[in-house]
Ligand binder design. Structure first.
Ligand SMILES: [Zn+2]
Length: 234
């Protein structure tokens, strides 16, 4: 995360909450190269600035980004390559969402079920001949989990075997002993995800991604503190 992935005049970059902390951190890093110096920038990195605005579901323009709130309206599916796709209903409109493998939150997305209330943030990926318009998910905030209800045939209490249906509204019968039952047991399957914010792993963070430790954190509008030199030639 600290070094550029391509040849670059910048040797490494450090993000921090203030000028002093990044200078301190730069003294901890041991580089195998003689560096020329440093420069400090005040930026909006780590603020998720690009996801602050609510997207207009009726006007999802490619390359724009923001957030959407709605309900999961189809079962997530994992495609070749390990990416997970699902759709959510936002104000009566269906929006397709993609959670990509490098984010490492595909397992979380796979555990979403119909009617889960979620908020997602991300950018709009342009439609191509292979895929429709998709929101590339950069965060997944689970607001409310739907009940995962499973209805199954009753079990015979004498034989411990599943009963067979005798036909519509005619109840169930044990094929072994002939016991009858009219009620279908309903079971609630425990959910594997929680009502919380899920972020991609660090390695999949973008410059602007607000990390967990900065969630709800707002730095006060401070004047750039010039007591720490913001520019230094070693
Ligand atoms: Zn029986």
């Amino acid at each position: 995360m600290i070094t550029p992935h391509v040849p670059d005049p910048v040797f490494y970059g450090i993000r921090g909450e203030n000028a002093e902390s990044v200078v301190t951190a730069s003294k901890i890093v041991k580089a195998n190269e003689k560096l020329d110096g440093y420069m400090i920038f005040k930026s909006n990195q780590g603020t998720s600035d690009h996801l602050k605005n609510e997207l207009d579901v009726n006007d999802l323009r490619p390359y724009t980004s923001g957030f959407l709130t709605g309900q999961v309206c189809n079962k997530p599916i994992m495609m070749q390559g390990g990416h997970v796709f699902f759709s959510m209903m936002v104000n009566g409109k269906k929006v397709k969402c993609g959670v990509y493998k490098p984010t490492k939150i595909t397992k979380i997305a796979q555990n979403l079920i119909l009617n889960d209330k979620i908020r997602i943030g991300g950018g709009i990926r342009k439609a191509s001949k292979n895929h429709e318009r998709i929101v590339n998910v950069e965060f997944l905030d689970v607001i409310e989990l739907a009940k995962d209800i499973q209805v199954s045939n009753p079990t015979c209490k004498d034989c411990n075997k599943k009963m067979k249906s005798k036909g519509t509204k005619q109840g169930f019968e044990c094929t072994k002993c002939g016991n009858n039952s009219f009620s279908k047991p309903i079971s609630e399957i425990p959910r594997k995800i929680e009502c919380k914010l899920y972020l991609p792993v660090m390695s999949a963070h973008r410059h602007l991604t607000r990390p967990y430790q900065r969630v709800k954190k707002r730095n006060k509008q401070i004047r750039f503190d010039t007591s720490t030199p913001w520019f230094c030639v070693y």
